[in-house]
Ligand binder design. Structure first.
Ligand SMILES: *Cc1c(COP(=O)(O)O)cnc(C)c1O
Length: 358
């Protein structure tokens, strides 16, 4: 049997999405919320799960959870919502629905799954460099690329991962207007940002807004959602698997999201710690730190030292993310997720020692 003749060439050319092993380490690599729940809330959650009929298929429409999500995100009734097994699945569904020769446009550096999933499906993927100084959109370059490639979908993460900044709102609006295809505003970090395009859904018929509960504090549930015009969302419903949101996720997410006050308190704590970490990084000799509207911070290390510093921090028990191997604007860059105060202290101490060691 010849594996190479069985699979599409795009699949053969890919490598699997690798997740670093964090066993025994302070985990500041994956934008997770570091806080768990108080015992009384855990007890209520278990109570809510107790009578879940695991012998039955889940509600195929996840009707109750969808209503909760629409209400909490103030998504007006005239728009429809599709839930996904993480927003990653929604990106995949959207791309799967495109013609095989369709093109996809996104700024670079950006979220890795846009590229991974586009290439896997053999789509015509274009990444337009962000401005080097600010990581903002290069508007003329984006508009040129729209004109030239006529992308079926444009992905804009707002705030952007891995840079953490919010792109200029005026630039985004010009892009939405210029685009003949869909524009997905990926608001994965909405809980930490004071900005959103949800209120703009009614202004553009090609606009979709996507969010996830992962960064909010429910990464283990795998739940994302996208809102937009019903005639667009309907196409995605056709190609999703019938029971893509399992029963435990439906009940748990509905329960958790109803405890909004708890998450509000946790996200406020994370945002306060983000300022602390930002200021401390800013005060370190040799470190350039970039402003963040998300729950992580990107920073630049002295030239050609990122990988060594990353390894040294890990050696000291803290796992962050090394982006330097991706090169381009990310050369010499590391990314740290904002954790609990003591975790951030451990990270800052480890970084200071690594910087001193040479
Ligand atoms: C983390 C992240 C996602 C993926 O979220 P899931 O719902 O966990 O799949 C999507 N977009 C961006 C920009 C992200 O950083």
């Amino acid at each position: 049997m010849k594996i190479s003749s069985l699979f599409r060439k795009e699949v053969l050319a890919m490598s699997a999405y690798k997740v670093a092993d964090a066993t025994g380490l302070v985990k500041l690599d994956a934008m997770e919320n570091p806080y768990s729940w108080p015992e009384d809330i855990k007890a209520k959650w278990l109570e809510a799960l107790k009578d879940c009929p695991l012998n039955r298929y889940p509600d195929p429409e996840a009707g109750h959870l969808t209503a909760t999500i629409k209400r909490l995100n103030q998504i007006p009734d005239q728009f429809d919502v599709l839930l996904g097994n993480g927003s990653d699945e929604i990106i995949q569904l959207l791309l799967m629905a495109l013609p095989s020769n369709a093109s996809v446009l996104t700024p670079d550096p950006g979220f890795v799954m846009y590229k991974q999933l586009s290439l896997c499906l053999g789509l015509d993927y274009h990444a337009i460099p962000l401005l080097a100084d600010s990581f903002d959109l290069d508007l003329p370059a984006m508009l040129d690329a729209i004109e030239k490639h006529q992308p079926s979908v444009i992905f804009l993460a707002y705030p952007n991962n891995p840079t953490g900044n919010l792109f200029s709102e005026a630039s985004i609006r010009k892009i939405i207007k210029a685009a003949k295809g869909l524009v997905v505003i990926d608001e994965a970090y909405a809980p930490f940002a004071d900005a959103s395009f949800i209120d703009s859904l009614g202004q553009y018929d090609n606009l979709l807004v996507m969010r996830t509960v992962s960064k909010l504090g429910l990464a283990g549930l795998r739940l994302g959602y996208i809102a937009g015009m019903p005639d667009i969302i309907e196409q995605l419903h056709k190609i999703r698997l019938p029971y893509n949101i399992n029963s435990l996720t439906q009940i748990s997410a509905d329960f958790a999201l109803s405890n909004k006050a708890l998450f509000d308190q946790q996200t406020q704590q994370i945002c306060a710690e983000r300022s602390v970490v930002f200021n401390r990084l800013n005060a370190l000799d040799g470190i350039t730190v970039y402003p963040s509207a998300a729950n992580f911070i990107l920073f630049r290390t002295p030239e050609n030292r990122a990988t060594e510093i990353f390894a040294s921090i890990k050696q000291q028990g803290v796992l962050i993310k090394n982006l330097s191997p991706q090169g381009g604007l990310l050369a010499d860059c590391l990314r740290v997720t904002v954790g609990k105060p003591e975790e951030n202290e451990a990270f800052l101490a480890a970084l200071s020692r690594s910087l001193a060691a040479s």
